[in-house]
Design a protein around this ligand. Structure first.
Ligand SMILES: Nc1ncnc2c1ncn2[C@@H]1O[C@H](COP(=O)(O)OP(=O)(O)OP(=O)(O)O)[C@@H](O)[C@H]1O
Ligand SMILES: [Mg+2]
Length: 699
């Protein structure tokens, strides 16, 4: 519409000029004509100006329109952006145009450019660039006076003389349109106005570009996602198919497995049962095995112990045999010595000086007899006269003698007030024990001390303690001897019961004391323990099996007769030792007895058959060649059932003396003396004497 009116106006003016010239009267002065013409020319010039302005405006709006169209219609946003800049460059006769966008780090970078000069550059924003970013257009008429531009590459500085910066905003931040020219002061007011109007277009273009980039990125991403989704779906589908196939196989396998599992479970149950059975069997056999091992071990230990015992008993046996053999002859010799000493002493008047010599012989004989007894006792060959006795009465009876023996420096304490059970023992042997121990304690207390003798009932239970090891459970009577003497080391304690072991000087000890004690204790089925430490004194504890039997009343009351019984009885004396036979005859004949002598059983039986009168008593040795005493007694008794028998022996020789005594036989220990012989005779014939009324006593 503008164009029409312009053209119209121009035509109008030209037409007016023409009509003015034509209608102007000739008489119009030249001056007027000149004025009119100049006015017309001015009007024409103005018209020309207006026309070029209109042209400019048209081009500008054409360019804007073109830009808008491109922006709106273009699919290729980057191309559109570049095209916009190209249009701008052309429209404004620019050298170059580019867009700088603020990055996250605050730097500026060119996102689109009409020249490669500005591409890939990082622009450090100075004060001027920051001012532009803050929303202000800046026209740098001459870049040589702009610090921001002076910091750019020389190549840029060579090509750019002036620049116009117009800011705009995008979705991602701030940006600016930079237009450059190689001419200083290129950007005049109208260019600036145009560019300011244009810059929102650049913003829109950049916005589109960015949106487009984002969209493209997103579309690409989506496409990729879709593709991978599709691929995944395909995979899934394939997998599903495989799964279905696998599932069928799996179902089959599961079934198979289940079957196998069932079979396995059954097998496992079976195995468990078998393992349990086997374990039980093993456990049982293990128990049996360990029992067997224990038994074997016990048996081994037992064997070891038995072997040691065997060695010990063999040793004792050989010592015993030696002692037995020696003491047999010894006892016979001692019988003669002691017996005739005693007879001689009885016959000699009190004033006879020979009596003293005979007393010496008698006491030497007694000492020798004691030694023989010791020998027999430790080798356990001592002939025992077992009786039911009470330990308290034995200890009490010996008290006085012990007090005398231990001397004044040692205090004797007797603890026998508590009643104790009876035991079966040979009282003289128990006395022997006490004496040997008392002597030892005395020797252990050279500077005095205390000696305590105790008796007590003791029950040994099934749970044997260490101290009473080896003892079978049951009731015992304990006899303990304790002193406050020098005591013993463990080494000495191990040896003390060995025969001939002594720590005493030669001549002081023979080492038979405790061996004798041990032998006696063992012969009584007892046990002995020692408890001692050097400097702490010594305690010996002896245990005898208790008996419930009571001491016969006549034994409790029977005092030892001080007088000897006279007699008229006939006594058959059988001993292979002539001196024994002589002593018996020499003892008995003066008292009225008739003595028949026999050197052996054969002779004795001949006497028994040929003797016209009654033989009242058989006094026979036990150990004899050919036929021993008990065998002879058995035959003799057949002929003289009413007669009494007294056995004589010095040592144990395999004959069960206890059973002989219980069968009515009496026992006389060798070496016999006239006193012991007459006492025994009195004991044995006493009852018969009452019956027959024969009686006689000698003083
Ligand atoms: N009460 C005790 N205190 C300290 N040591 C003792 C005691 N009893 C025995 N002994 C030790 O035991 C050893 C052996 O004693 P045993 O009675 O067997 O022989 P002995 O006393 O030496 O000689 P014997 O008794 O034949 O005269 C003794 O030499 C002594 O060392
Ligand atoms: Mg001793």
């Amino acid at each position: 519409m503008g164009e029409v009116s312009m053209k119209g106006k121009k035509k109008e003016l030209q037409d007016a000029l023409k009509s003015l010239e034509s209608c102007c009267p000739k008489d119009v002065s030249d001056s007027i004509q000149k004025t009119l013409s100049s006015e017309l020319r001015k009007a024409l010039l103005n018209l020309e100006r207006a026309r070029s302005r209109e042209q400019w405006l048209r081009e500008e709006s054409d360019a804007l329109l073109e830009g808008m169209t491109i922006i709106i219609s273009s699919e290729n946003t980057r191309k559109a952006f570049n095209t916009v800049l190209e249009v701008l460059k052309r429209l404004l006769s620019l050298d170059d145009a580019f867009v700088l966008r603020e990055q996250g780090n605050g730097c500026l970078s060119a996102v689109a450019s009409t020249s490669s000069l500005f591409e890939n550059l990082v622009w450090q924003p100075g004060a001027m660039f920051r001012h532009v970013l803050a929303g202000n257009s800046v026209n740098v008429r001459d870049i040589s006076i702009s610090t921001d531009w002076q910091e750019q590459l020389p190549e840029i500085r060579r090509n750019v003389s002036s620049a116009l910066h117009t800011p705009f905003k995008t979705i991602t931040g701030r940006a600016m349109l930079v237009c450059t020219s190689s001419r200083v002061g290129f950007f005049n007011k109208s260019r600036i106005q145009l560019l300011e109007r244009f810059s929102p277009l650049a913003g829109q273009a950049l916005y589109n570009l960015e949106i487009n980039d984002l969209l493209r990125d997103e579309i690409n991403e989506r496409k990729q996602a879709e593709e991978s989704l599709e691929a995944a779906l395909t995979d899934l589908r394939n997998a599903q198919e495989e799964l279905i196939i696998a599932n069928e196989a799996l179902t089959h396998e599961i079934q198979e497995r289940r079957k196998a599992e069932d079979a396995l479970r059954e097998a496992y149950d079976d195995l468990e049962l078998r393992v349990e059975q086997r374990t039980t069997e093993l456990r049982d056999s293990n128990i049996l095995l360990s029992r067997e091992i224990n038994e074997r071990r016990r048996a081994e230990e037992e064997k070891g112990k038995m072997f040691a015992q065997l060695l010990q008993s063999q040793k004792m046996e050989s010592i015993g045999q030696l002692a037995g053999g020696v003491s047999h002859d010894f006892n016979n010799l001692l019988t003669t010595i002691i017996g005739y000493s005693e007879l001689a002493l009885k016959m000699l008047p009190q004033s006879d000086p020979v009596r003293e010599y005979i007393t010496y012989i008698d006491s030497a004989g007694e000492k020798a007899a004691a030694l023989t007894r010791q020998l027999l006792a430790f080798s356990r060959k001592q002939m025992l006269e077992m009786k039911i006795v009470n330990l308290n009465s034995i200890v009490d009876n010996l008290g006085k003698m012990l007090t005398r023996m231990i001397g004044e420096d040692i205090v004797l304490g007797m603890h026998t007030r508590e009643k104790v059970a009876n035991i079966i023992a040979d009282p003289t042997q128990i006395e022997q024990i006490l004496m040997n121990m008392a002597v030892n304690s005395k020797d252990a207390m050279p500077h005095g001390g205390h000696l305590s003798i105790r008796t007590a009932d003791v029950i040994i239970s099934a749970e044997k303690d260490v101290k009473h090891l080896g003892m079978s459970p049951g009731a015992y009577v304990m006899l303990s001897v304790q002193d406050t003497g020098e005591g013993m080391t463990k080494e000495v304690q191990k040896e003390i019961f060995e025969p001939f072991f002594t720590t005493k000087v030669r001549g002081k000890g023979t080492g038979l004391g405790l061996a004798t004690v041990y032998g006696i204790v063992k012969q009584h089925n007892g046990f002995i323990y020692v408890d001692s430490e050097p400097g702490q004194g010594t305690l010996f504890s002896i245990y005898f099996p208790a008996t419930e039997e009571q001491v016969p009343e006549h034994e409790l009351a029977l005092p030892k007769p001080k007088t000897f019984r006279r007699g008229t009885e006939t006594v058959l004396v059988v001993d292979d030792d002539a001196s024994i036979r002589s002593l018996v005859a020499d003892t008995l004949t003066p008292l009225g007895y008739t003595c028949l002598n026999a050197a052996n059983s054969k002779e004795a039986l001949q006497h028994a058959q040929t003797y016209k009168e009654t033989i009242d008593l058989l006094l026979t040795d036990i150990v004899m060649p050919e036929m021993n005493g008990p065998a002879l007694a058995a035959l003799f008794k057949k002929q003289y059932p009413e007669s009494k028998v007294i056995f004589m022996s010095g040592y144990l020789s395999g004959v069960d003396i206890t059973s002989i005594i219980t069968r009515g036989g009496a026992f006389l220990r060798k070496p016999l003396t006239p006193t012991t012989l007459l006492n025994k005779l009195g004991e044995v014939l006493g009852s018969r004497e009452k019956m027959t009324g024969k009686k006689g006593v000698v003083h």
